[in-house]
Design a protein around this ligand. Sequence first.
Ligand code: GLY
Ligand code: MN
Ligand code: MN
Length: 475
Amino acid sequence: MKTLFVMLSILSLAIAQQSESLKYLQYDTDVISPAEYKTRRDSVMKMIGQDAVAVFYAGPERMRNADVDFLYRQADNFFYLTGFTEPNALLILVPKGTTVKLNDSMTQTVNEILFVQNRNPLAESWTGRRYGIEGAMNLIGVQAALTNDKFKTTFQRMLFSGIKYLYAQPVTSDVSGELRELVQPIQSFVDNVKVRNTKIEMRDPNAMIHTMRVIKSPEEIAMLRKATEISVVAHNQAMMSVEPGMYEYELQGLYQYVFQRQGSEYYGYPCINGAGENSVILHYNTNRKKINNGDIVLSDCAAEYRGYSSDVTRSYPANGKFTKEQKEIYQIVLNAQKAGIGAAKPGVKWSDVSAAADSVIADGLYNLGITKTKTGMGFKKFYNHGLGHPVGLNVHDVGQATLVAGMLYTVEPGIYIPENSDGVDPKYWNIGIRIEDVILVTETGNENLSAGSPREISEIESLMKKKGIGNQPLK
Ligand code: GLY
Ligand code: MN
Ligand code: MN
């Protein structure tokens, strides 16, 4: 009896210690609820049916150089289904249910199993605390979690469970290291499908998840709204702070500081801060040049918040006053953007929203003598990208041709006139303007989520008279 009491005390102490460490795993409390992730997994199971099993795996870790990795970021689809941020994880969904041995004394019938890295005090003392199976079940809210060394046998058991369809993400070439080992059973199934003459049909589940991601839930909209509001504050601080003599990278640093100061964990994509000749390069992001008096500065920078990325661009004069030519180009882009935003509402095709902006740019460039004909695609030489794209877990998120309430799109026309542009008056050279806002399609039209950052010329000039936090002396 006494021995039993001692054993139970040790066990409960061990459990208490384990649970104790869980409290350090999630400092952010404003995350999408486990219940919403569960609803998404349930939807997948409903779609694939009782004759199928679905398998998903985490995004790969990526090397920056030698033994230095990029900061780990979960794959979009895996995150969408789990909210799980650790690498080397897999998810199996089993609509008809399967039994799982959770520990020596507990076997349970479940529909979902998350396979996670094991707890490892030494590894955790270097690279951070892990959820382990307890954290995965208690905090992520999956019915069952097992350590990832159990994936192979569980997956193989699924193949012999009488299923007709296996929904498994193809193993891509960027999967390496421990993850490659873990996904090997999926690859073996693919490689041996002909030899084994299996009746199981393999299907790619990615398209299904992409369709689910098109219309954002209220919780997702809240994340994108927050990511956008954070980005707006950064743009406004940048406009108040920039001055000739600063370097593009200082401006980039200011954006990133303001993002993180407000709780964003990362930027949605590398900051684009192009001044003068760099303003005409669409995705310029080396950001090394000194910003000169008279330069236009194109800043395309936005925060990621709880995995959701905004995408906002403002173009402003380094010295706070647009030149006549900068104003002329800017006003065309702004008018095009207004035409695009004005056209965006449920039921409208994105191609029609684009066309509304295109015709403003085509007319504007012709009127300034920059293009020689009003019709045709000549204007595309100076506006060589699309009007916009959906945002979500990826800055260039999945979408569809017709707008529906709950979709979020960027509207981002631009005009870029490189030096030595043939037949263009040199006074317009090295002017690149893009104005990019995030709009939420609503039942009645749309809402501009980045409207808090000014776009009108007079409003920008007036904001730029104020001082920001970005050009204070460091010592
Ligand atoms: N920031 C990239 C883009 O605007 O699409
Ligand atoms: Mn964009
Ligand atoms: Mn952008």
